[in-house]
Design a protein around this ligand. Sequence first.
Ligand code: AMP
Length: 204
Amino acid sequence: MRLVLLGAPGAGKGTQAVFLKERHNLAHISTGDIFRENLKNSTPLGLEAKKYMDAGQLVPDEIVMKMVGEKLAEFSPDDGFMLDGFPRTVAQAEFLEGKTKLDGVVLFKVNDEAIVKRLTSRAVCKDCGNVTNIHEHDKCPSCGGELYRRDDDNEETIRKRLKVFHEQTEELIEFYRARNLLLEVEAEGTPEEIFSRVAGMLKS
Ligand code: AMP
């Protein structure tokens, strides 16, 4: 199965990807994670991407598409995967269409104010990537690892990222609806509640 996880930053794509990976044995390809990994290793790609990430803007299409093209080339035709955070523009979606056939696009729907609240309290585990709430935990509840806050999870940058989502990514909803691929999920509630909605949709 090949899926795209679509939704605003903070809609819960990464959290649901962990469940989906376990249940359906799908590889998780997160373009944001690839950029952050490159940044940690100070690669030219990471340093270039940082300028845009810090500003809450999108990394230019050519850079992202080259990176994703290389990543997808690692998969055999029968391998399943889910793309998290890609595509984010129509140009990226058209590029992806030329590379692979998708089985579905899961759209996570959350309102902007709920997202601002979620992201201003988001913490991520350095060891296992688990996403949690900084006000509820001082260590990762899953593995005991150290938690960190993402540089772009401050209110000013969050609002810019939401604006970019509405201006540049939201049109992908129509793009995929027109292709009969869209699966819409109400993404407020606990991660388990949301996953049971996702699982139900994928089954039918
Ligand atoms: P994310 O972890 O998905 O929230 O992504 C963090 C940041 O990485 C975004 O705000 C963008 O600056 C950059 N980024 C990730 N994926 C893409 C993409 N598909 N196109 C452009 N920029 C991206």
